[in-house]
Write a protein that binds this ligand. Structure first.
Ligand code: FPP
Length: 260
């Protein structure tokens, strides 16, 4: 049976789990970190090569300052305490999102884990922190447009020198972005991790049926699996159920079945 090569998870429900247990929201996040360990082990066991976890969205800054600080501390602790396991198991740690706004200590801890694990071959573990799919697409548009202009700067200069009509110059510049010169690949080359394959399976816990700005472009043909289970309760058995559901889906990528 075909397994997904890339699983992306929207880990939701830590707060509700904590409230139900009479615990603080931070304790809910701490319990959520244990589930992260479980899914990493399951991916290694099944030899799934890519796992992405949505840990902090650009909208999460609107949470109470204490909770935001706690989450960053937790991410730092996580990458430090998991480093021996990552090295032992051949896990390559990576990150997507706008890291510049993160506390400096967090930036350093995450960068250290990326550097130390860069030769890991068995599982690429990507944390989405201060991530927004809309911002990622905007970033890719800006970078790819700048690249095209830079690649053509001499020709642009010639066109400017030869033409005094602004319409001609605009027409030439526009032609650089027509569908023969500017393709989906130009855009994709500037996603945060251009070599990461699109997710095959996106899991969201806690009963919410939304993508919440996660992997907007990359989710084009992903299969979705939603479960009411809250993230801290998500177990190896729940992970297995998601894999079974995926294996029962027919992925046609816009085509029709051969026998139809
Ligand atoms: C959503 O639950 C969860 C988050 C915003 C944070 C995700 C963080 C973790 C799972 C902690 C550990 C992660 C790592 C990588 C060590 P919520 O707080 O929105 O829950 P609620 O909707 O029930 O309030």
């Amino acid at each position: 049976m075909v397994l997904p090569k890339h699983i992306a998870i929207i880990m939701d429900g830590n707060g509700r789990w904590a409230t139900r247990q009479g615990l603080s929201r931070s304790e809910g996040h701490l319990a959520g970190a244990k589930t992260v360990e479980t899914v990493i082990k399951e991916c290694l066991r099944h030899k799934i090569p890519h796992l992405s976890l949505y840990a902090f969205s650009t909208e999460n800054w609107n949470r109470p300052q204490g909770e935001v600080n706690y989450l960053f501390e937790l991410f730092c602790q996580f990458v430090k305490s998991e480093l021996p396991l990552m090295l032992e198991e051949g896990i390559r740690f990576s990150m997507i999102g706008d890291t510049k706004r993160l506390p400096e200590t967090a930036q350093k801890a995450l960068a250290h884990a990326i550097e130390e694990t860069k030769s890991g071959k068995n599982l690429e573990l990507t944390l989405a922190i201060n991530y927004s799919g809309t911002q990622e697409i905007l970033h890719a548009i800006r970078q790819s447009a700048a690249e095209i202009l830079l690649q053509n700067k001499q020709k642009i200069q010639t066109v400017i020198n030869e033409n005094n009509k602004s319409e001609d110059i605009v027409q030439y510049l526009t032609s650089l972005f027509d569908d023969t010169h500017y393709t989906e690949q130009n855009l994709r080359n500037h996603l945060y991790l251009p070599d990461l394959p699109d997710p095959d399976l996106i899991i969201r816990t806690s009963g919410e049926l939304r993508l919440s700005n996660f992997y907007l472009l990359q989710a084009a043909y992903a299969e979705f699996y939603f479960t009411d289970t809250l993230w801290p309760d998500f177990s190896a058995e729940d992970f297995e159920k998601a894999l079974t559901a995926y294996q029962n889906r027919k992925r046609r990528f816009g085509k029709i079945d051969e026998q139809e």
